[in-house]
Design a protein around this ligand. Structure first.
Ligand code: T46
Length: 140
């Protein structure tokens, strides 16, 4: 079976600009290419923290910096890239089978993630070689 590796893309959310402040919304089934099963957020993150360091078997997610900024390093097993998240209107969609690492957090960063499945530790590849092996099996 031939199956492409994972991929990422930017998701732009609407912004309602108002003298009282800005408002951005997410509606299931419209801006998000999956049913949202879980929302979680990272906060009180030390600036020298390194998070991620894993890939997922099935999980799809969209990651936002609601406040502050951080770097998302992406590796699909073939190509490495990096994205800076710093705009609460712009999310990064991450498909399954993408290795991700996060660092360079600014003070006070709040990172919100919309996820396609509930938390399941069995969905994680936390070992890079296991991730690469799984990619090899997918493309056979
Ligand atoms: C990802 C990045 C962006 C739960 O119990 N429920 C949850 O929904 C999550 C996400 C985590 N946990 C537990 C599992 C660990 O014992 O919280 C602990 C820390 O999780 P982890 O080390 O996976 O956190 P990050 O920030 O490295 O990764 C998380 C997500 O796990 C991951 O899917 O893409 O945020």
């Amino acid at each position: 079976m031939t199956q492409s590796n994972g991929f990422v893309r930017e998701i732009q959310l609407p912004q309602i600009h108002d003298p009282r402040g800005d408002l951005t919304f997410v509606e299931g089934g419209i801006q998000i290419p999956f049913q949202i099963a879980r929302v979680y957020y990272l906060y009180n993150v030390p600036v020298d923290s390194e998070r991620g360091g894993h890939a997922h078997r099935e999980l799809e997610q969209i990651v936002f910096a609601l406040s502050g900024s951080f770097r998302m390093k992406i590796d699909d097993g073939t190509t490495k890239s990096e994205y800076w998240l710093r705009d609460p209107r712009k999310g990064l969609y991450i498909s399954k089978l993408v290795w991700r690492e996060m660092d360079a957090f600014s003070q006070g960063t709040v990172c919100m993630v919309l996820a396609s499945h509930r938390y399941n530790e069995a969905d994680y590849f936390r070992n890079y070689d296991d991730f690469l092996s799984a990619l090899g099996n997918e493309t056979k």
